[in-house]
Design a protein around this ligand. Sequence first.
Ligand SMILES: Nc1nc2c(ncn2[C@@H]2O[C@H](COP(=O)(O)OP(=O)(O)OP(=O)(O)O)[C@@H](O)[C@H]2O)c(=O)[nH]1
Length: 448
Amino acid sequence: MACDITMNETPVATHQNYIPRNAVDHINPFFFKSHHHAYGHSHRHGHSHYHHRQEQQPSPTPSPIPLDSQLQTPVPRRMSAQIDPSSLPASYSTPPATPPLTLKGEQTSPPPTATTSTTTATSASSVETESLAWCTARARIPTPDGSEYFLHIYENKQDKKEHLAFVFGDIIRSQSLDRVQLNETEMDRMKRGAYRGRLPNLVDPDQDVSMEMVETVSVISAPALASTSASVSVSTAVVTASIATTSAVTTQAPLVRIHSECFTGEIGHSARCDCGEQLDEAIRLMKAEGSGVVVYLRQEGRGIGLAEKLKAYNLQDLGYDTVTANLLLNHGADERTYEVAQAILRDLGLQQIRLLTNNPDKIEKIERIEEQGQERGQGALDQTRIKVVERVPMMPKSWEAIHQGTETDFEIKEGAVENKVVKGKELDKYLKVKVERMRHMITVPTSL
Ligand SMILES: Nc1nc2c(ncn2[C@@H]2O[C@H](COP(=O)(O)OP(=O)(O)OP(=O)(O)O)[C@@H](O)[C@H]2O)c(=O)[nH]1
C-alpha cells in the first residue's frame, strides 16, 4: 500500500513570510489582549512598546496572506499570518522552525500530486464564535499499568486557566484540535497532537520504522467544516495509509467525570477530603471500560482558590464546617461554574454522558443551557444540550467498606492516605456536611 507521510509546507508558508515563533507573541493580537488586560495603565497612556509600535509603524503594505481580520483569534495562539514581514528586522527571515519532513530513506518532499488533496482550513474565528473552549494540544500519556490516555489542553474565553481533558480510548476526538489551521504543516499538526493512531519514531536510527508502524498514524487533514463561513483553501499532504476508523459505535454513553482541582487532596496527601481518591477511581473505571473522559477543571477549592481554601481549613480547625468556613470568608459555599466543562464536552462530541458524581448541583449545571454567553460578549456559543443519562455514584472507599461490613478488612489506618485512598474522622465530617448541606447523594453509614 502506498504510504506517503512526507510533510509539505503549505504554499503560503514561504521563507519570506516566516516569523520565528518566539517572536510572534509580541505581535499576536491575542497576546495583546491579555497583555493589555494585565498592563492596562501603560497601554492606556501609550507607553508600551507594543502600542508604540502599532501607532508609529503602521503596516505600509497589506499582509501577503489574504486573511480577513477575523483571523485574529487565539487559535493557534502563535499564528504568524497577521504579520507584515516588511515591518520586521532582517534577522527574522530565518528558516522555518518546522521544516519539511521526510521519512528516513526518502530524499525530498514530492510536490503535491494525486496524494495531495485540497482541504478546507478553518479560520480560527469559527472556533471563537462557536465555542467557549478549544483544544490547543493533545499528547499520549502512558501509565504504569501499560494503558494510556490522551491529555488535552483547553483554552477558553472565560478565564486564563488551562483546563484539561483526560481522554481514554481512540474514539472520542476534539473537533477544535482536528480542524485544519491556516498555514500549518503536517509536522505542526503532529506537534499539536492532531493525528490518529500512534506516532512512529522517525528519529531513532536503531528503531526501524516499518510501514506497519507508519500506517498506524494519520494526520487528519479534512475534518468536516461545512459550517465554516470564513474559510480558505490550503493544500496539505495526505497520508494514504489505512487509518484507525472512528466509525466504531459505542453502545452506551461514555463515562465522564467533571473533576475540580484539589492540590491538597491530589498532590498533598491530605486526608481532609476524598478528591484524590475520586480522581484515581474515575481513571480506573475509564481504563476498565476503555473509554471515557475526565474533564479536569482548574477550580481549586470549589472555585475560591488554594489560598482561600487554606484559610477555610484554618476555620475548619476552629470548628466550622466546610460550608460555613467559605461563607465566613465572604465566599459562596460553592463558586464553581460549568460552562467551560460543557464546551469541552461538546468539543469532544459528547452529548449524552454517564456522569461520575454525588453532587446534584453538577448534574443540574452541566445540563443547563446558559444564556449568559452573549452578555459576556462571548458571541454566539454552541448551546447543544448535554444530557446526563445516568449518574454513577462515587462512594468513598472507607464508607463503602463500612456499608459492606468489610471495615475491619479495610487496610487504611485512621487518618492515613494510601494510594490516595483516605480514611479518618476529618474526612467523615467533611463528607457528612456535603450530604447534609450540599445535597450530596451518598448514604451516611449509620455508625457515623
Ligand atoms: N472551599 C473548600 N474547597 C474544598 C474543601 N475540600 C475540598 N475542596 C474542593 O472541593 C472541590 C471538590 O471537587 P469535586 O470532587 O469535583 O466535586 P464535588 O462537589 O465534591 O462533587 P463530586 O465529587 O462530583 O461528588 C475541589 O475543588 C476541592 O479543592 C474545603 O474544605 N473547602
